[in-house]
Structures are given as structure tokens and as C-alpha cells.
Design a binder for this molecule. Sequence first.
Ligand code: 8YV
Length: 331
Amino acid sequence: MRPAILVTRATFPDIADRLRQHFDVTDNPGDTVLSPAELTDRLQGKQGVMSTGSERIDAALLDACPQLKAVCNVGVGYNNVDVAACTARGVLVTNTPDVLTETTADFGFALMMATARRIAEAERFVRRGEWTKTGIYDQFAGGDVYGATLGILGMGRIGQAIARRGAVGFGMRVIYHNRSRLAPELEDGSQAEYVDKDTLLREADHLVLVLPYSPQSHHAIGANELAMMKPTATLTNIARGGIVDDAALAAALRAGTIAAAGLDVFEGEPRVHPDLLEVPNIVLTPHIGSASVRTRRAMAQLTADNLVAALGHGPNAGRPLTPVNPQVLLS
Ligand code: 8YV
């Protein structure tokens, strides 16, 4: 019998068709967001799942779905998956690193620039029909990017790609903080200088967050950290909601503690803290960091490759390309 799998959210039709060559596929072309109960229900009898950040895969779900063997997540981040619980039950987890690095770095840089140069605020102003006078000397005057100090919190592949853009393309001094300092060759390649977190907060003109979410990074940027930043500084979060205390950020933007923020991710998304919607000096986007057509296809393709291989099919049978818990393959 062909294994049964679930594709939790809408995906490219040809990728769903490719999965159908190997599996009985339950998909979700209408893209309804599944509640935990619906997810448990739809996963009954399924050996694999193509999941996204909007589903929580935890111990309770795994216990309710004992046939599940592979959780193939679309995304490099997998904080929606309890990897330890999967490993303990012999469930393989995969993610989609590398294929999204440069696209997400482009987006992080774009969001940082839009924030620094007040592009969203200015665009809303034009749309409202309020542009009646020209040449006002400080209208929408923002902060410079070229030659400024770029701070990066979280220096994985995407952080390093953002650093290269800043150093090479924009003549920036790049400083970073990370759980561990990069190897010298990676530091040289990024033209970035390692600093402690306090120095990063104090010296960055534009601080970009690219660290994974974990209980340790919860509210890594809260009222105290914002207070350490320059009043002219900007904060950009393309990592995960929950790394920033969104209520504290809204208060800091209102008070002028920092100049502006760009957010692609939110605590409790797709809900957005109502205070953030009220402040003008902010650029808000709906978690689209990896959303170029080519990259979203590459992510879906890699996830499908992982799923096919994880369930023992295709040319890489038993050898998924990007496992998160490869120890499961050996057990
Ligand atoms: C995804 C992301 O769109 O890769 C990640 O970690 O945040 C995004 O690229 C998101 O995970 C949807 O599953």
C-alpha cells in the first residue's frame, strides 16, 4: 500500500502532483489554517507531513498520530516542531536551509532600508492625498544606510549574507553578536566584527534580527534592550515573532526611544499587536522574507524531496537531503 501523507497548507500544484506519484496525498489547496484538533484529525494514518510554521508539531500530536515517521517543514526555522519529542519517537524532521539564504537576506536588507528611509510612512502619505507642498526641508528625512553601522543579532547563513550586502555594497561597518563567535574565515568573508550584545545595542545604527526563536531568545529585545539603543537607530526583525517584545517596541517607537522599526514577524502572527498598528514609524510586512517565486518553489521542492526520501522512495531513498535530527536515520 502507498504511504499516506498530509500537505498542511496550499503548495505549488505540480509539487503536490509530484508527491502523488509516491503517496496518497491529502492536501489543502484552499489553504485553510488547521486548528490543533483538525491537524490531529487529518494526520490520522499518515506517515509523513509537509508542514509549515503555522502548525505546532508537539508531543501530544505525535502521541495521537503514532504512524507519523517524517515531519518535513517548509522553512529553515523549525521552532514550530518539538524536535526532541520527534527524535524520542523516531520521527525524522527536515527543514529547508540554504535555498532561501540570499532571498531572505535581500528582504532583510530591503526592510531595513525601507525602515531607515521611512518609505512606508511616505507611501501612506502620498496615498492619503496629503502631498500638497514640495520641498519641505525635513519631510520624511530618515537615517542614512550607506556608511552607517549595521548590527546583526544572530550570525547564521542569512546574517552573514546580510553582512556582506552591508559591507560590500553599502560601505557599512558591520558588527554582530551570536551565541558563538564565527570561525575567522567566516568572519572575514562577512567583513563583520564580533561584539558583545550590549555593544551591539549601543553602537548599531540599524539593528537586524536574524536569530532562531528558542525559549532563550524569547524577548531578547525588550524595553531594557531598546533603551540601550540610539534614539536614531532602527530595528528590523525578519527572524521570528516573540524575539521582540512587541508591546515594549510599540511603546519605544511612540516615545522616540528608537527612530523606527521594520517587522516581518510578530508575536502570535498572523495577529499583530494593536499598538504596532497605531504607530507611524514602522514598516509592517506579513512574514514574506523568503517569498520570491524562485525561492518558494525551491523550498517546496526541497521539502518534497525530503519527504519522498524520508519515506523510502526516489533516488535518495532513506537519505533525506537536509535532516534536522539525522540520528533518527541511524537508529
Ligand atoms: C517560511 C521562514 O515562509 O524559513 C523560515 O524559517 O520563516 C519562512 O521562510 C515560513 O517558515 C513558512 O513555513
